[in-house]
Design a binder for this molecule. Structure first.
Ligand SMILES: [Zn+2]
Length: 506
């Protein structure tokens, strides 16, 4: 009898001990909570008159639609350029921008035109989850990020119910970080066990700040470098390497011959002549009404942008644009609070890529789109392609977070222990090496820049080999050529050598 009793007692104890484990997983025992991928800008299409025979996709803009609109104004543009008639040119450009993008504009309440919709937003389906599958969360990028946060809250609950898990992992790409910022600010981090931010404009991006303040500048160095940095990522179909190498050489030769300078000065004159009109009659009335785009404006530009973009001083649109400033202001403290309570966090951003060559701040190091200082929540960075200034380096006491190429000091980041930097990584470009880091982040108990030998804080992307390496020193074209002996890398090496020789003769 005693034996039976003790057996029963044992059974009860085992049940009691394992019950919380079951409860914690909400039912599923696979041990891997589902991943929700919060997509980038343009993750869903925006359509005018969806479901009718006149349906027209407005975003991502359809090439045919773009060309047909361009066709309508091309005669005027040609005439304007030939006769140097800037009024005619301005009118044609305004007409073109409005024909392509005008219907994307929101009203003074920050609401879309009724016939402009995102017809196919995802609803989570099925219970398939694991390291190789995710639930894709998409949204209309124009709208208030808090509206997406509300939908994400529902989405998370649906995924939890479908998979029988009590928590989820959030993997956010680019603008996905804006949605995350609004979500954390409104709903907190309950029920989230991993947060990944991949190239996210958490503190905005300078290109939006400068454009919203009307600071447009076309500069030949940045334009050339922008082209050169984009070349390795071209998909030209056949003979990739040869075409890429030739384009690289061509760009450098055109720059050397002054052709790109001439194009830029023409562009600058154009901006001077017609910029005001295009801003006033097309860009401000369309893009100035989108809270989603406002969420990219960094704090230091915001007041000037409100004035320049003529944001209404009251009403729904005004309130939405201002509300997001809280999400942006609180993102550091929200992420830190999440980390302190055990949420595993990985912020990863690119650097040393030339940014969009249209703004005065073209020297800001970035992944081509988002500035490294904004994506990393506060790293101090050298100019693109340059190390930090000697004064800064000499006065730096804690060098634990200094990149081996002296380009980035991560000690000033909001979460220096959880922030990775990838040199030469183009905005959100797929890379198997980085995916491997994400797998480790999602499956390890400890997540920090000291956790994984293969993935220290500073990495270099090698697109040819589809992997990343630890950064060991300054960028070296010869080392790159040795590691990946392609025609493009040979051309890059030869041009870097020529530039060095020319500089030594100066
Ligand atoms: Zn499971």
């Amino acid at each position: 009898m005693k034996k039976v009793l003790s057996l029963v007692l044992c059974a009860v104890i085992i049940c009691c001990a394992t019950a919380p484990a079951f409860a914690e997983n909400g039912g599923c025992t696979c041990g891997f909570s589902p991943i929700i991928y919060v997509g980038p800008l343009g993750c869903s299409s925006i359509v005018r008159d969806a479901g009718t025979e006149n349906a027209q996709q407005l975003w991502k803009i359809d090439t045919e639609f773009l060309l047909s609109n361009l066709g309508k104004v091309l005669p005027d543009i040609s005439k304007a350029l030939l006769t140097r008639n800037s009024d005619l040119l301005g009118d044609a450009l305004v007409e073109f921008v409005n024909a392509c993008f005008g219907d994307l504009a929101l009203d003074r309440e920050g609401k879309s035109k009724e016939n402009v919709t995102t017809p196919e937003l995802n609803v989570p389906q099925g219970d398939r989850h694991g390291p190789d599958s995710d639930y894709y969360f998409d949204y209309d990028f124009r709208l208030d990020p808090y509206e997406h946060a509300d939908r994400l809250y529902e989405f998370i609950n649906q995924v939890k119910a479908l998979t029988k898990h009590n928590s989820v992992k959030l993997k956010c790409s680019s603008m996905g970080g804006v949605v995350l910022s609004a979500y954390l600010d409104k709903y907190g981090y309950d029920g989230i066990d991993v947060i990944i931010c991949r190239c996210c404009p958490l503190k905005g991006t300078a290109v939006a700040g400068e454009a919203f303040c009307g600071k447009i500048e076309i500069n030949s160095t940045s334009l050339t470098r922008y082209g050169e940095d984009a070349i390795p990522f071209l998909e030209t179909g056949f003979a990739d390497d040869f075409i890429e190498g030739s384009l690289y050489a061509l760009l450098d030769v055109l720059k050397g011959a002054g052709v790109i300078d001439a194009i830029c000065s023409l562009g600058d004159r154009l901006v001077k002549d017609v910029g005001d009109k295009v801003f006033e009659e097309a860009l401000i009335p369309v893009f100035g009404t989108l809270p989603g785009i406002w969420s990219f404006v960094p704090e230091e530009y915001f007041d000037d942008a409100v004035e320049f973009m003529r944001l209404p001083s009251e009403g729904g649109l005004h309130d939405k644009v201002f509300a997001y400033r809280n999400a942006m202001a609180n993102i550091e403290s929200n992420l830190n609070a999440a980390r302190e309570s055990g949420v595993k966090i990985c912020i990863i951003c690119g650097y040393n890529v030339q940014r969009t060559p249209l703004v005065t701040l073209w020297k800001s190091t970035s992944d081509g789109t988002v500035d490294t200082k904004y994506a990393s929540l506060g790293a101090v960075c050298g100019n693109v392609k340059e190390p930090l200034a000697d004064d800064y380096l000499n006065s730096l006491k804690n060098k634990d977070y200094l990149s081996p190429d002296n380009m980035i000091d991560a000690s000033t980041c909001a979460l220096p222990e959880c922030t990775w930097f990838v040199r030469d990584w183009l905005h959100c470009n797929g890379n198997a090496g980085i995916d491997e880091l994400f797998d480790l982040v999602m499956t390890s108990d400890e997540v920090s820049v000291r956790s994984f030998e293969k993935f220290p804080q500073f990495l270099e992307a090698d697109d040819d080999a589809d992997t990343v390496y630890p950064v060991t020193g300054a960028p070296d074209e010869f080392a790159r050529l040795k590691a990946a002996p392609s025609y493009l890398n040979l051309i890059r090496f030869l041009f870097s050598l020529m530039k060095k020789i020319m500089l030594s003769f100066k």
